[in-house]
Design a protein around this ligand. Structure first.
Ligand code: FES
Length: 131
């Protein structure tokens, strides 16, 4: 009799753990995570840009601008074409302006723009990427 109860309890605890896993995963995903910081320790001149794996950093009239390289259609990595001054997605040819604005293609949203702050010593910037 005790063995039967033990097996029954183990079965229900296991079932409870399996069924609560999606809720646990959802809560973990919603938990706050601090942004990742990428430090670029050099100053950009006007019309100059730096291509990083996750973003392109421009020097705009309003200051430094970090535009995501993740396409808003299906997540391919977009390339910046300086001669045409556009971002072009190699997967399905979506196009975006240097500011990340959607121009054409299957992606319907703009590219993400990340927060950029000047470094404390005055040379370079820190880009804040989502965790
Ligand atoms: S993934 Fe970029 S256009 Fe489809």
């Amino acid at each position: 009799m005790k063995r039967r109860n033990l097996l029954k309890n183990a079965f229900f605890w296991g079932l409870g753990a399996v069924l609560s896993w999606p809720l646990f995963a959802f809560v973990q995903k919603k938990r706050y995570r601090p942004p990742r910081e990428v430090r670029i320790s050099r100053d950009l001149k006007a019309d100059e840009f730096i291509v990083e794996p996750e973003f392109v950093l421009f020097q705009s009239e309003k200051g430094p601008l970090a535009v995501s390289r993740t396409c808003t259609h299906l997540g391919c990595r977009v390339n910046y074409l300086p001669e045409k001054k556009i971002f072009l997605c190699p997967c399905h040819q979506s196009r975006f302006s240097p500011g990340g604005r959607y121009i054409s293609g299957p992606a319907k949203k703009d590219l993400a723009v990340y927060k950029v702050t000047p470094m404390e010593d005055g040379h370079g910037v820190t880009v804040y990427l989502p965790a």
